[in-house]
Design a protein around this ligand. Structure first.
Ligand SMILES: Cc1cc2nc3c(=O)[nH]c(=O)nc-3n(C[C@H](O)[C@H](O)[C@H](O)COP(=O)(O)OP(=O)(O)OC[C@H]3O[C@@H](n4cnc5c(N)ncnc54)[C@H](O)[C@@H]3O)c2cc1C
Length: 427
């Protein structure tokens, strides 16, 4: 049984925030989601959802719905600018080894699926987190405010009160920033946490409207390749690798960043060849064929920070795993006291930290396949000689971590590679 009267405030209604909300809903724990966007916009590209989070989707009873909005991915193929295949690795052994395929799902459809699992009254749009304050209740009169808790203030000057605040507000988390400022004032912030996140690439993403399967015949295939997405549309992205790492402030200070910068990048990449499809006379296609099929408001430019490189397809999976493990610990709390909350977060940190670190490091290694330095060209050349067995070992190390929700009926562990130990499953 979860503790009575526990209230969780979730700032950010992205993948992490919505997944946590769905799990808290199932756990019977009170929560509210505060999202800064005024409306849910169908922005973004495809997400790779792997065997490491599929057990949760099955536990939630959402497997069938998920399969209708996604498509299994069999190969990841890397081409050079002349469309020569430089390396290729297969996901085809994942179902046997890790229990599930790797699926590609359009981000807006995954959002819709998660949203459909929680009452709309629990999600507050147009609420931009500004600050939080821990309240000890020493001089408050109301019963609620006498408890230890946290008061959050939003940009529209409204506030919310709860026992726990979860910052699910993305890479440039305002919640974390606010916490860091408080820790800094107390002299508790470590020097590495004071540094800005490095930014190593800029990405243009979009999703086309429905496409002609005459022009893009591969859309009829059973499996989708890395660059293709389910149904009759394509989620696409172009990544410009910066020669030198910089930081987001520098990019945003560049006066050209914004709509004009996106338009410039769109123009610059139009003539890039794409590997799939062909024109009416069999001529090769370029990105212009996709860009012209994509509504301009659905094309966004993103500065990619840190080392969670999107082609490793682990950011959303990691966010979902975080939500599963955190919810397991919250559900197991004996009461809503500060001591129990601290213990729950300690357990969560101990369980997640090694896996999150490992995923981060694997993602960084994959990033080396695409960087611009001369050494990366050598790496690209050598990578095609890596046997599939080695790739399988890499995938096992990622997809062996298949956390389940402790308070929902378990699903059988189907992979030949047994799921790694999960402490919060047996609390
Ligand atoms: C091009 C691209 C492709 C990717 N492909 C994959 C993939 O294939 N597989 C994969 O696993 N991962 C992928 N990722 C990574 C993945 O998208 C992220 O890791 C994931 O979205 C993180 O989820 P999140 O909920 O933590 O943050 P986000 O999805 O960034 O959500 C944060 C939310 O918080 C809101 N917010 C921000 N600030 C505030 C505030 N102050 N107050 C209130 N709300 C706020 C934002 O509006 C947003 O809705 C990709 C990333 C990119 C850029």
């Amino acid at each position: 049984m979860p503790p009575r009267n526990l209230k969780v405030l979730i700032c950010g209604g992205g993948i992490a925030g919505l997944t946590l909300a769905v799990l808290l809903e199932r756990a019977g724990i009170d929560y509210e989601v505060f999202e800064r966007a005024r409306q849910v916009r169908p922005l973004g590209s495809a997400l790779g959802i792997g065997p490491n989070v599929m057990p949760m989707i099955e536990q939630l009873g959402l497997l069938d719905q998920f399969l209708t909005i996604s498509k299994a991915n069999d190969f990841v193929s890397n081409f050079n600018e002349d469309l020569e295949l430089t390396s290729r690795y297969a996901y085809t052994e994942l179902p046997e080894r890790n229990g599930y395929a790797n699926y590609v799902v359009p981000r807006p459809k995954l959002y819709d699926l998660l949203y459909s699992q929680i009452p709309s009254s629990k999600v507050h749009l147009g609420k931009r987190f500004v600050s939080s304050e821990q309240t000890t209740g020493s001089n408050n009169n109301s019963e609620d405010e006498q408890r230890h808790g946290v008061t959050v203030t939003f940009a529209d000057s409204t506030t919310a009160y709860g026992d726990i605040l979860v910052g699910a507000d993305g890479t440039y988390s305002g919640v974390r920033q606010n916490l860091y400022e408080q820790l800094s004032q107390q002299g508790k912030l470590t020097p590495s946490d004071m540094e800005e996140l490095p930014c190593s690439s800029i990405c243009l993403v979009g999703q086309t409207g429905p496409l002609s399967t005459e022009k893009f015949p591969h859309l009829r295939e059973k499996y989708c390749r890395f660059e293709n997405v389910s149904g009759n549309a394509i989620s696409w992205m172009v990544i410009e690798h910066l020669y030198l790492e910089t930081n987001r402030t520098t990019i945003l200070e560049n006066t050209e960043w914004g709509t004009a910068s996106t338009d410039t990048m769109i123009e610059a990449v139009r003539q890039f060849p794409i590997p799939s499809g062909s024109g009416s006379n069999g001529s090769p296609l370029t990105l212009a064929d996709l860009i012209d099929e994509t509504p301009r408001e659905l094309i966004t430019q993103v500065a990619l920070e840190g080392k969670m490189y999107p082609s490793a397809a682990q950011g959303a999976n990691t966010a979902i795993q975080d939500a599963i493990v955190l919810c397991n610990y919250l559900h197991n709390m004996p009461d809503a006291s500060p001591e129990s909350i601290t213990k729950a977060f300690e357990g969560y940190h101990q369980e997640r930290e090694p896996y999150a670190r490992q995923t981060y490091e694997t993602s960084d290694r994959l990033r080396q396949l695409f960087r611009k330095r001369p050494i990366n060209a050598v790496i690209r050349f050598l990578v095609k000689y890596i046997p599939q067995a080695v790739w399988n070992r890499v995938f096992d190390s990622i997809y062996g971590n298949r956390p389940q929700v402790a308070f929902l009926p378990r699903v059988p562990d189907r992979g030949l590679i047994k799921a790694f130990l999960q402490k919060s499953l047996d609390l």
